[in-house]
Design a protein around this ligand. Structure first.
Ligand code: AMP
Length: 189
């Protein structure tokens, strides 16, 4: 597979994290999750973590300024030179534009936006199950509704942004992890 600079897009609970990680392992490139990085900052009690904590718990988006800075720092590391699977970034148009500018400055560009599609009812069910299993502070019903709205209003428009550049590959996110993972692989070949 020559597609190595990938953005994974999908509603909260669509299975982005799982599929991004599997794909990154298969391609031998880093899985870059801004959600994971933010959770690590919250845990470490850093300045970024303190700023992000309440926003994340509410289900709203952390500011573009903070997220763009952490994504940029990560993508500038040597292991991301050969490619990456971005999970949860970009989530706004400003972030998508910043990503383009960042890659251009590095002399490269995105290869693909993999869009995982799911049924909203199934997504809410998945998120509630994950809440029980992982005890994530942002997996309660109120926060899930806020996250869905943030996705619809701020992130879903990115599909149009990437579609206009013919970068979108859609994959149905329903089904077993293996079945979706196979579909992801097919979509990239
Ligand atoms: P995730 O693990 O990707 O679902 O992210 C968990 C939470 O972290 C989100 O609900 C946001 O509050 C925050 N977050 C993660 N990535 C971003 C991003 N690219 N832009 C803004 N907020 C983000």
């Amino acid at each position: 597979m020559s597609v190595r600079r990938i953005v994974m897009l999908g509603a909260p609970g669509a299975g982005k994290g799982t599929q991004a990680q599997l794909l990154a392992e298969r391609l031998g490139i880093p899985h870059v999750s801004t959600g994971d990085m933010l959770r690590a900052s919250v845990k470490a009690g850093s300045e970024v973590g303190r700023k992000a904590k309440t926003v994340m718990e509410s289900g709203e988006l952390v500011s573009d300024e903070i997220v763009i800075a952490i994504a940029e720092e990560r993508l500038r590391q040597a292991d991301a030179e050969k490619g990456f699977v971005l999970d949860g970034f970009p989530r706004t148009l400003a972030q998508a534009e910043a990503l383009d500018a960042m890659l251009e400055a590095l002399g490269t560009s995105l290869d693909c936006c993999l869009a995982l599609t799911v049924d909203t009812d199934e997504v809410v069910g998945r998120l509630l199950r994950r809440a029980e299993m992982e005890g994530r502070a942002d997996d309660n019903e109120a926060s899930i509704r806020v996250r869905m709205k943030a996705y619809d209003n701020q992130t879903a428009p990115l599909l149009g942004y990437y579609r206009s550049r013919d970068l979108v590959a859609e994959v149905a996110g329903m089904g077993t992890i293996d079945a979706v993972s196979d579909a992801v692989e097919q979509a990239l070949t």
